[in-house]
Write a protein of this length. Sequence first.
Length: 218
Amino acid sequence: MELFNIIKELEARADTARALDMSRYMKNKFPFFGIQAPIRDEICKPYFKDAKKEKKIDWDFVEYCWQHEKRECQYVAAHYLKSLQKFLEITDFEKLKKLVIKKSWWDTVDILDRIIGSLIYRDETLKKEILKWSVDDNIWLRRVAIDHQLLRKEKTDTDLLEKILVNNLNYTEFFINKAIGWALRDYSKTNPQWVKDFIEKYKNNMASLSIREASKYI
């Protein structure tokens, strides 16, 4: 199946009224087709299933989607990458970085974080790169660094997690402090004592938002 036909199907099912509502929800940062996630997923499913047979990423499709003005196209590209993430190669790391910093907002960044995390898990040489992201001027690279180990559970690299979190303490940005809280809250389900110890050790440098989010399950 031709991946680019997904865009044609989205265009055919556009809903102008819903598009305005969706754009307002995203603070009018992006225009939309007006297609809700379940319908979008229904459209994409057979295409992604077929794409897996190719066992490689079609970066022309990803880049086309990312350049498209409608926000759903970026969602399609991100979920396409998620569906085929096992076929990502180390050389794709820089391509993923470009996606993070282009048309950045939490909705796409929070899909890309674990895709990038899966690549780092497969090649530990990328850990030094994600540490660089954790101190980058771009807040979305920082956010990906903080949350790239979400759902890693007992496979979480706690040394790496601590270094990245410490790099982002005393930071006033909402999206960073929220991400810190999420990273700790998620890991607290696996190792609550580690999270308690982290909070106790760094509480004077942590935003109240981060502590509140981190403490939800402990």
